[in-house]
Write a protein that binds this ligand. Structure first.
Ligand code: PMP
Length: 402
């Protein structure tokens, strides 16, 4: 079979040119490396969009999944049977979370965790309005998409969820919009897809206080920033602010699909009455997924990968400072999460294309296509990282001189 031809003909396409028209056909992956069908090796600088934080095929995750797969996989739909992998994962997560976040609804991914959070917030508060921030991405299911500011998506799929207020992230003016009609505020503590947008501590504290004052639930989407990516286990720790509801996915499963919506028992009880079965799913809490997630969290803690992300930040900053000092490029970086802002979109696309030819995988951001993404596995070898970043810098300077 010609896999490329088959892919374009039979695998549903969502863009005319996936990976700039040259989608890789990867047959093996290990730690920060991927190999294509011709044996060419690539350095992964984006971790499959913040998923492979423990690297590809982490041996502990692989071992745990293999061991569990032979005992049982799927038993019953969500919530009807006691499954020890769900309990063990919740217990492990509680050790790294604030005490108020102690009740777990497992999902199949990030968008679903957001759907659950929105349903709980509406139900718990009895209010209809939802406040979200421009240039945040919360997922592609209908309600999650309704929070987005992707104009062409919103227009194409209208009518969307009513009652959404979209406002400027990080602006103190936004705080006043949080009133008694609002059920919840949904935000990423650090906006990912706008190109690593870090708000002030003052803004986050004001948002938290205002939500408290007005009885509004604060929902943090840490689907991209969670599990050590920003140099803390969770990005909210940078601001000393705890949400009422926390959504996680992506890096959580070490490559296996899993997500979770976390809150207090009191808030989560909204799913259990008037009506019962407030959110149903078949695969949420799947035993294999929970087993993988527990092994992933253990690997992060044992290898102190959230700490290592801080070392990665230093390397990214040092390379950019030395290699790009005579350029007008800007960059933002927190932990192992960086954005390098180039001249324009065409420059960013060409850089990604040429980097791929040199065996380096990177891409741009959904709401910021002139910036390229740096989000390597947290256990990437430091020399490999330095080398890849230097190559990226050389390429970007060469391209800007053209
Ligand atoms: N929130 C954020 C911040 C994300 O980055 C994403 C995925 N890119 C989602 C939600 C949606 O997650 P999923 O694709 O797993 O549904």
């Amino acid at each position: 079979m010609n896999h490329r031809e088959f892919f374009f003909r039979h695998i549903a396409q969502t863009s005319p040119e996936p990976m700039l028209g040259n989608p890789l056909h990867i047959v093996r992956a290990e730690k920060e490396f991927l190999w294509d069908a011709e044996g060419k090796k690539y350095v992964d600088l984006i971790s499959g969009i913040a998923v492979s934080s423990v690297g590809h095929c982490h041996p502990k995750v692989v071992e745990a999944v293999k061991e569990h797969a032979s005992r049982f996989m799927h038993l019953m739909v969500y919530g009807e049977m006691i499954q020890s992998p769900q309990n063990l994962l919740a217990e492990a997560l509680m050790k790294v979370l604030p005490p108020s976040l102690n009740n777990f609804y497992y999902t199949t991914g990030g968008s679903e965790a957001i759907e659950v959070a929105l349903k709980i917030a509406r139900k718990f508060t009895g209010r209809k309005k939802i406040l979200a921030f421009k240039n945040s991405y919360h997922g592609s299911t209908w309600a999650a998409l309704s929070l987005s500011s992707l104009e062409h998506h919103l227009n194409a799929f209208a009518p969307l969820l009513p009652g959404i207020i979209r406002t400027e992230f990080g602006s103190m003016d936004a705080i006043g919009l949080v009133d008694e009609d609002v059920a919840c505020v949904v935000t990423e503590p650090i906006q990912a897809e706008s190109g690593v947008n870090i708000p002030s501590k003052e803004f986050m504290e004001a948002l938290r206080n205002r939500c408290e004052e007005k009885g509004v639930l604060l929902i943090f989407d840490e689907i991209q920033t969670g599990f050590g990516r920003t140099g803390k286990m969770f990005a909210f720790e940078h601001f000393g602010v705890v949400p009422d509801i926390l959504c996680l996915a992506k890096a959580m499963g070490g490559g296996v699909p899993v997500g979770v919506c976390i809150s207090s028992g009191e808030i989560m009880a909204s799913l259990c009455k008037n009506p019962i079965l407030g959110h149903m799913n078949t695969f949420g809490g799947n035993a294999l997924a929970c087993t993988a997630a527990k092994a992933t969290l253990e690997a992060i803690l044992q290898e102190k990968l959230h700490e290592r992300a801080k070392e990665i930040q230093k390397i990214i900053q040092a390379v950019f400072e030395s290699q790009l000092k005579d350029t007008c490029f800007k960059w933002r970086v927190i932990g192992a999460f960086g954005a390098l802002e180039l001249k324009d979109e065409a420059h960013a696309f060409e850089l990604c294309r040429q980097a791929l030819m040199e065996g380096i995988i990177t891409d741009w951001f959904l709401f910021n296509s002139k910036s390229i993404r740096i989000a390597p596995p947290l256990n990437i070898d430091f020399n490999v990282l330095k080398d890849a970043l230097e190559k990226l810098c050389n390429l970007s300077v060469k391209l800007s001189n053209k």
